[in-house]
Design a protein around this ligand. Structure first.
Ligand code: NAD
Length: 257
């Protein structure tokens, strides 16, 4: 089966892993809907660039994934959603007793609850189309924990749980739901947490990268956005039709430790 003409909605895709997945899906002929909470010319230009480079339809739709009604409106405005990639995410690094409550709420909303709303809105479209793929971008932190990341680890474990329930509720339909669990990928989200981690551990940037981030990643290499996109494309292929309700780690061996 070809993926040509299918439509993918990728939340949080004007940067990093989301954009990487959008590009890899566009390469195999998938029309893509990019999203974030901004509405800048460069966001729309990004979509136009993907369309031009890969000969697919590409649009950018603004929607704030911290708001349930906007999550649902994103899917409605997309009009079709054969492939849903729940990717939007933020991070905050602090000890539990110093963790700002509003950061906790935002991380739970954007990293976890948004996937509930978009999935709820997308499943009827997938059922009507007779085919669907839900791919949740969880994390190695959906399977393991690190200090100072309470909200993120809680949200990502929640996403893995939601993945299993979505898979069970669609198990007898031509719809699958899986989670990709990346290790460290050098994206703006990871760049942004280096200064706080330097502070928490009292370390230099180089030491944070080598001795905090990649210390858990046995390959000692960052994973790439292209690898995330390739894994998503595989999960959309016929070969993956019986893969549902599971997690695929792309983490250089982190979760084998
Ligand atoms: P990133 O900061 O480059 O991308 C995050 C995306 O989410 C951006 O497009 C941003 O605009 C969007 N976003 C943030 N708040 C939003 C909101 N309220 N509404 C809509 N969009 C919003 O980071 P990334 O590393 O590409 O992260 C993407 C996903 O991958 C996240 O869910 C993250 O937790 C996960 N992840 C990343 C890594 C890593 O090492 N980079 C590892 C494991 C999991």
């Amino acid at each position: 089966m070809t993926l040509q003409g299918k439509t993918a909605v990728i939340t949080g895709s004007n940067s990093g892993i989301g954009l990487g997945i959008a590009i890899e899906l566009a390469k195999v002929g998938v029309d893509v809907v990019l999203n974030s909470f901004t509405d800048r010319d460069e966001d729309h230009a990004l979509a136009a660039g993907v369309a031009q480079d890969h000969g697919v339809k590409a649009r950018y739709i603004k929607a704030d994934m911290s708001k349930g009604d906007e999550c649902r409106a994103l899917i409605e405005q997309a009009g079709a959603c054969d492939i849903l990639i729940n990717n939007a995410g933020i991070q905050h690094v602090a000890a539990i007793d110093e963790f700002p409550a509003e950061k906790w709420d935002a991380i739970i909303a954007i990293n976890m609850t948004s996937a509930f709303h978009t999935t709820a809105a997308a499943l009827p479209l997938m059922r009507a189309a007779g085919w669907g793929r839900v791919i949740n971008i969880a994390s190695a932190h959906g399977l393991t924990a690190s200090p100072f990341k309470s909200a993120y680890v809680a949200a990502k474990h929640g996403v893995v749980g939601l993945t299993k329930v979505t898979a069970l509720e669609t198990a007898q339909e031509p719809i699958t739901c899986n989670a990709i669990c990346p290790g460290y990928v050098l994206t703006p989200l990871v760049e942004a947490q280096i200064p706080d981690t330097m502070k928490e551990y009292n370390m230099s940037r180089e030491d944070v990268i080598k001795n905090v981030m990649l210390t858990r990643q046995p390959s000692k290499e960052f994973a790439t956005v292209e690898q995330m996109g390739g894994t998503a494309a595989f999960l959309c292929s016929d070969a993956a039709a019986q893969i549902t309700g599971t997690t695929i780690s792309v983490d250089g061996g982190w979760t084998a430790l």
